[in-house]
Design a protein around this ligand. Structure first.
Ligand code: SAM
Length: 307
């Protein structure tokens, strides 16, 4: 299958899993909401499959949402701005990175964020307690070449332009708008990635906030898909979600763990995908198979989830 455009390097991107996730999406939704969009891999895959008429991309990290705004509405400006920054590092890449990072922490320019993501360690955002981006550069590479960025931005623009809204906001304010005719795909930060001194994401997400949002979606019968926890080898991330939410868990094979491979172990990463009760109903009405409930093997040392 032709590869999906991927203009924003982003740790945790669902690029490899997007098709597997969307295997559980109903056809012909009015809108697809992706309120923790990051690199919006699922939206891009859904747009290519024409799974919805309209797409709503939003993230609490405003400059990241603004990158999406540029991809959708002013792709030429984004590519030109990135090219200027990329070329400006030719003489001294390390000094250029520090200069651009300082600039970003002053003005929150989305083009600078895109450059930083392309150049930083593991394409992973990190913020200090003052909300400043403090991730280090990856000295082994100079970041995506401008010609490659141009191709990726053009591919994403072609899929999204004219049918995508972009917002910078907390997930609660955007999912409030979703209805039974839409689909919401949620990929919130994993537990354990939003606390501590160096935050993975600028905006943390207490578990209670997430659960309240999911309950509201259920009350309004909005179908949703949720990526939440995962496991790698014998390690497991994330608490179980309350059975009252009525979620059906399926396990997706996310492939070999690169971190474990680097450490000389061969481990497979498994990610959970949760189907909301309303989504299960829609799939059943469409005559689509709903997978049986999956219980995590006791190997993980966790009690099995209720279906
Ligand atoms: C795991 S990443 C999503 C990755 C995405 N699925 C992709 O394919 O790249 C989680 C995202 O949620 C955003 N985020 C964190 N807390 C948030 C909140 N309360 N509301 C909205 N977005 C939030 C972060 O900025 C981050 O981009």
């Amino acid at each position: 299958m032709k590869r999906l455009p991927h203009p924003i390097p982003y740790q945790g991107s669902k690029r490899q899993l997007a098709e597997a996730i969307l295997a559980f999406a109903p056809a012909q939704r009015r809108r697809l909401f992706e309120p923790f969009s990051g690199s919006a891999a699922v939206t891009i895959a859904a747009a290519r499959g024409n799974l919805a008429q309209h797409f709503v991309v939003s993230d609490a990290l405003a400059p990241l949402a603004q990158v999406w705004g540029l991809i959708v509405n002013r792709p030429g400006a984004l590519v030109a701005g990135y090219r200027d920054l990329w070329l400006s590092q030719a003489e001294d890449p390390a000094a250029a990175y520090n200069r651009i990072r300082e600039g970003f922490n002053r003005d929150h320019d989305p083009v600078k964020l895109l450059y930083l993501l392309a150049r930083c360690v593991k394409a992973s955002v990190r913020f200090n307690r003052y909300g400043e981006f403090n991730q280090s550069p990856d000295h082994r590479r100079l970041g995506m070449r401008p010609t490659v960025l141009h191709r990726e931005v053009a591919g994403a623009h072609a899929l999204l332009a004219g049918r995508t809204s972009v917002l910078a906001c907390d997930f609660r304010s955007i999912i409030d708008q979703a209805t039974i005719r839409d689909l919401v795909y949620l990929d919130p930060p994993y537990q354990g990635t939003t606390n501590g001194r160096d935050q993975r994401y600028l905006s943390g997400l207490p578990l209670g906030e997430l659960l309240a949002g999911l309950s509201e979606l259920n009350v309004r019968r909005v179908p949703f898909l949720l990526s939440y926890d995962g496991s790698c080898g014998e390690r497991r991330y994330g608490d179980e979600l309350p059975p009252e939410l009525g979620l059906r868990r399926v396990l997706l094979n996310a492939g070999r763990s690169t971190q474990a491979t680097l450490n000389g172990r061969s481990e497979t990463t498994v990610e959970s995908l949760y189907l909301s009760p309303s989504l299960q109903d829609v799939l059943a009405t469409d005559g689509r198979a709903i997978p049986p409930p999956t219980h995590l093997p006791s190997l993980f040392g966790y009690a099995a989830l209720s279906p």
